[in-house]
Design a protein around this ligand. Structure first.
Ligand SMILES: Cc1cc2nc3c(=O)[nH]c(=O)nc-3n(C[C@H](O)[C@H](O)[C@H](O)COP(=O)(O)OP(=O)(O)OC[C@H]3O[C@@H](n4cnc5c(N)ncnc54)[C@H](O)[C@@H]3O)c2cc1C
Length: 412
């Protein structure tokens, strides 16, 4: 085993992406004495998204990072979730802490952009950020990687890590076409900020019908109200930078679902400036690293929003990757191998949630809608201990399946 006194090599690291995985990784790399630059395509930390959960092993790691209190403060403090029928009558309801008898109480739920901002604030004075830029070419040679950027800059790094999401640019440049790794799951997600026209307070008003699950989420004082659509649909290629094209695609996917608040939400979507849209594709790769390049978070093993585990997995994978690089004192071949041995079983177990938890899936028939509403109505904080095999049990088991190693002796 390496001693912390062994000098670090391959210290100069470029990370692509500044959402959850990128800044988490940058935090840990900096903590161990690496020299880190983060490049983010968006001109700022990108806004948008709905509430994401930090749970299980990711909670332990957030505490080690000193961000757990910030996350708890930013918690959405959601009060309850109500499901409305076409006539705007409540058809089912559940508490935020459903299954709290050992269930998912204790998780932290924050807006995705709040998490990205908390992580950014933690490292912005320690790590270099290049916003509004992107890698266009990576050329590996014996002593590192030559990197060309969209703005014409050319720089040299020892290692490059792709933390740039499901449609990773680094993965595309180094491993090739996304279609080799993306397993489309016939569904789409869209999220956008709307006015609080229903006068909600810390509530989610949802609607479910064949091919649709979604509605309105309100996050409390001075906080956002967001519309969210989870929709089924066949595979379609779309340009990840073309927002008008994506909004038109959402309208098309929703054209036979114009009930409840959906027409109004579509109008609000057209006005939204933080519109987010993506297909649900799980990323499965035979290996996450090649030469001096590795991938982390959704870029390596995106589980999709439908597992509720993308962010926690990104935090955990980043912790392991940085820790193994520190322990191997920058010997990337050893570190990348160990990273994958440790983090892959965790990432895959969290991806597998997608096949389970029927309550949270998009129903395809009215019969399934009614079955799911009945199951949801049973999910109460006082509904007793967690049942083996239930959605809460499956999620908790996957979320806690990695016991974070202690790398603190390598702190710089
Ligand atoms: C705007 C947005 C909204 C989201 N909303 C939700 C949601 O509502 N629910 C949910 O479950 N998940 C959502 N996600 C995905 C969720 O954040 C991830 O599943 C999870 O947090 C893992 O994070 P990640 O850092 O690996 O990937 P991501 O969060 O996808 O982050 C990737 C980052 O890389 C940046 N990037 C992309 N291409 C390049 C490039 N060429 N060069 C440099 N940077 C690049 C992106 O702008 C982004 O900041 C959203 C992601 C984004 C970016």
């Amino acid at each position: 085993m390496n001693s912390p006194d062994t000098p670090l090599k391959n210290k100069k690291i470029l990370v692509s992406g500044a959402s959850a995985a990128g800044p988490s990784l940058a935090y840990w790399l900096d903590r161990y004495g690496f020299d880190v630059t983060v490049v983010e395509r968006h001109p700022t930390v990108r806004p948008g998204g709905y509430a994401i959960d930090v749970r299980g092993s990711a909670i332990l790691i957030s505490r080690k990072m000193g961000i757990l209190e910030d996350l708890q403060e930013a918690d959405t403090k959601l009060e309850d979730i109500r499901f409305f029928d076409d006539n705007d009558e409540i058809a089912a309801a559940m508490d935020r802490n459903f299954g709290a008898g050992g269930g998912i109480a204790g998780d932290v739920e924050v807006l995705r952009d709040d998490l990205a901002k908390i992580l950014y604030d933690k490292i912005k004075d320690k790590v270099r950020f290049k916003f509004g830029n992107s890698i266009t070419k990576l050329t590996e040679n014996a002593d590192g990687i030559d990197v060309e950027f969209e703005n014409g800059d050319n720089e040299h790094y020892d290692l490059v890590i792709g933390a740039d999401g499901t449609h990773s640019n680094v993965r595309h440049l180094v491993f090739g076409e996304e279609s080799q790794f993306a397993h489309f799951w016939d569904r789409y997600i869209s999220v956008f900020t709307i006015p609080n026209y229903r006068g909600l307070y810390r509530k989610w008003d949802w609607h479910m019908r064949p091919g649709f699950f979604g509605g309105i989420q309100q996050y409390g004082d001075n906080q956002e109200t967001r519309g969210i659509f989870l929709m089924t649909g066949e595979f379609r290629k779309f340009d990840s930078r073309n927002i008008p094209e994506q909004k038109a695609l959402v309208r098309e996917l929703m054209s036979d679902k114009l009930a409840w608040e959906i027409p109004r939400l579509l109008d609000e979507m057209d006005k939204a400036t933080d519109f987010y849209f993506d297909s649900a594709s799980q990323i499965k790769m035979p290996t996450w690293s090649k030469g001096r390049v590795s991938l982390v978070g959704d870029a390596a093993a995106g589980p999709t929003a439908f597992t509720g585990q993308g962010t926690s997995a990104a935090i955990v994978m980043s912790y392991v990757l940085a820790g193994e690089l520190a322990e191997a004192r920058g010997d990337y071949e050893t570190a990348f191998k160990r990273y994958e041995e440790i983090a892959r079983p965790f990432a895959e177990l969290n991806q597998d949630i997608i096949w389970q938890g029927k309550e949270m899936q998009i129903p395809s028939t009215w019969e399934e809608v009614n079955e799911q509403l009945a199951a949801i109505d049973m999910m109460r904080a006082d509904s007793g201990p967690v049942e083996e095999g239930s959605l809460v049990d499956i999620m908790q088991t996957a979320a806690n399946s990695l016991d974070p190693k202690d790398y603190s002796r390598f702190y710089a």
